[in-house]
Write a protein that binds this ligand. Structure first.
Ligand SMILES: Cc1cc2nc3c(=O)[nH]c(=O)nc-3n(C[C@H](O)[C@H](O)[C@H](O)COP(=O)(O)O)c2cc1C
Length: 196
């Protein structure tokens, strides 16, 4: 079985991003993929600072990669496919997801330093980013700092094909956001169903 890792950064009850994630997951062939979910709001995550930062530096200095604080990084590195679901917040995504990324970007686990520069050690293909946006920001536009960040992170960690599926206009008065969301859900479902 292949492993599909779900990074769930849904932030509230009644979330539209949750609907998008659900549509994606319904499309996944469970004979091919077993699903592991990391619900970011339910795990102890803290930003790299103070004691936590020093501890990480000390462990990396002695190449002790067996410490449990690196478990999420290993899980991320070993996934065959990854789907990240997070709402569009402040032109990007919630800081909770950035803190998760801080914790899984570990030299020697998800990437390494080589004579040619930094090289990714992660191999998931595809990496899918699912999001919903209040306004009309388009996927890949300059205002979509979530997609540009995920693309840059993919270059660091080694993902070749990051894909964003988003629904925009969710909070625009008078706009048929339900249709926009359904169209995105259909796209997410079809994309998941195409995964081999
Ligand atoms: C803290 C916060 C920040 C937001 N920032 C933006 C933003 O910068 N641009 C935008 O178009 N919508 C913004 N929104 C609206 C959300 O993107 C929109 O409501 C989205 O559908 C929420 O996803 P959810 O239904 O999964 O919670 C923001 C909402 C919140 C709560």
């Amino acid at each position: 079985m292949k492993r599909l890792l779900v990074i769930d950064c849904v932030m509230r009850e009644g979330s539209r991003t949750r609907q998008l994630l659900d549509a994606f997951l319904i499309g996944v062939d469970r004979r091919i993929y077993e699903i592991e979910t990391v619900k970011l709001s339910e795990i102890p995550l803290s930003p790299l600072m103070g004691v936590s930062y020093r501890e990480r530096d000390e462990l990396l200095a002695i190449h002790d990669m067996n410490h449990p604080r690196f478990d999420h990084a290993k899980q991320f590195r070993d996934a065959d496919a990854i789907v990240i679901a997070a709402p569009y917040w402040d032109m990007s995504f919630p800081s909770l997801l950035k803190i998760y990324f801080e914790n899984i970007c570990v030299d020697g686990i998800t990437f390494e330093s080589t004579e040619k520069g930094l090289a990714g050690l992660s191999h998931a293909d595809p990496l899918v980013f699912l999001t919903t946006r209040g306004g009309f920001t388009e996927t890949g536009s300059e205002d979509d700092q979530a997609t540009s960040y995920i693309k840059a992170l993919s270059r660091l960690l080694g993902f070749r094909n990051p894909v964003t599926i988003g629904a925009s206009g969710m909070d625009v008065w008078g706009y048929d956001w339900q249709k926009a969301l359904k169209d995105a859900c259909d796209k997410a479902h079809a994309f998941a169903a195409s995964l081999k």
